[in-house]
Design a protein around this ligand. Sequence first.
Ligand SMILES: Cc1cc2nc3c(=O)[nH]c(=O)nc-3n(C[C@H](O)[C@H](O)[C@H](O)COP(=O)(O)O)c2cc1C
Length: 180
Amino acid sequence: MKNKKEIIIAVTAGISAYKSCELVRSLTKKGYGVTVLMSRDATHFVGALTFRTLTNRLVITDMFSDEFEWDPAHISLAQRADIVAVVPATANMIAKLANGICDDIISCVIMATKAPVLVCPAMNDNMYNHPAFKANIEKIKEFGYKVVPAIEGDLACGKKAVGHLADLGTISSLIEKLLK
Ligand SMILES: Cc1cc2nc3c(=O)[nH]c(=O)nc-3n(C[C@H](O)[C@H](O)[C@H](O)COP(=O)(O)O)c2cc1C
């Protein structure tokens, strides 16, 4: 693909983080340039090496690392991105985004970017229905971030309820739509 678009997939520490591997793989196969950012806790769920292998790019988990080529990474990545998608997005990361907290690579890149931001929450249903979470979602929508609501499905706690990550097909189509 000529002039290929640059997608940042930001992976946070939810059980559905493993699904991001498939999303990253399919976007890479379509010819997009995909860079993966991971929160520190997300690395408990999926190894950075998996994303590094799928994208053939360094995965950034630590904004103070001198491992990668850009300097300072959070600004150069924010400028290069054509879209930033947080998949999955934890309640914690959404709270940080809603309140302008910038204490990791993902929250810094999102504050610094002018690209569209897509947020795909997934969590336990009680967390999903908590008024704090709902208020934070409304706040990030006001910032212009697009939110892909969670759906009903099997949750890690064993329940079937709303909190399950939206279908990867839905997320992928939205990413491509926003890129256009
Ligand atoms: C096994 C396990 C599963 C978790 N799943 C979720 C989840 O699906 N969604 C969520 O918001 N938090 C979940 N959490 C809590 C987050 O991992 C925790 O809030 C973490 O600090 C979030 O870090 P991050 O937002 O920087 O990625 C889970 C925690 C554990 C131990």
